[in-house]
Design a protein around this ligand. Structure first.
Ligand code: FES
Length: 153
């Protein structure tokens, strides 16, 4: 199996979240990596590629409104195994992506396929092509016109 090497697992665990931008068809997608607390205790060297991964990847957008979960310079708010939306405070399970509270109750974040190997996180999602680390610096809401002015093709 291949895949683009994103970052070290250690980095995600230490920083609490790590974001990148990828291409899907004609659109740029923001993705955030977060520790999955249930799995990150002693993930050790033998992490299989099934469910036992210490990191999860989610589309970096709240299911309620166009609000980033991970923001540049701030990161994502993670608390008690959840990722908390900075706008209205709904908490999404960091391992499952599901939300059972607040405005986003009953929804689930879109997951992106990754794999953990040799202490690193690889993007293995067939739909996405890695573009760059971090988020587009439009600083606007995610529903605005796609800003690709800083990209070169
Ligand atoms: S925008 Fe996230 S809960 Fe409302």
């Amino acid at each position: 199996m291949s895949g683009y090497r994103l970052t070290a697992v250690e980095t995600v665990l230490e920083e609490g979240s790590w974001a990148f931008t990828a291409r899907e068809g004609d659109a740029d997608r923001e993705v955030v990596l977060v520790p999955c607390a249930d799995e990150s205790d002693g993930w050790g060297d033998e992490v299989d590629s099934g469910g036992g991964q210490p990191v999860r990847a989610w589309i970096n957008r709240c299911t309620h409104e166009a609000q980033r979960l991970h923001r540049e310079g701030v990161g994502a708010v993670t608390r008690g195994g959840s990722v908390v939306c900075p706008k209205h405070g709904s908490a999404f399970d960091a391992c499952e992506g599901s939300c059972d509270n607040g405005e986003a109750a009953g929804t689930t974040l879109r997951s992106i396929d990754i794999e953990v190997r040799d202490g690193a996180v690889f993007l293995t999602d067939d739909d996405l092509t890695y573009l760059y680390e971090g988020l587009p610096d439009d600083d606007g809401d995610a529903d605005g016109p796609a800003s690709s002015s800083h990209l070169t093709f």
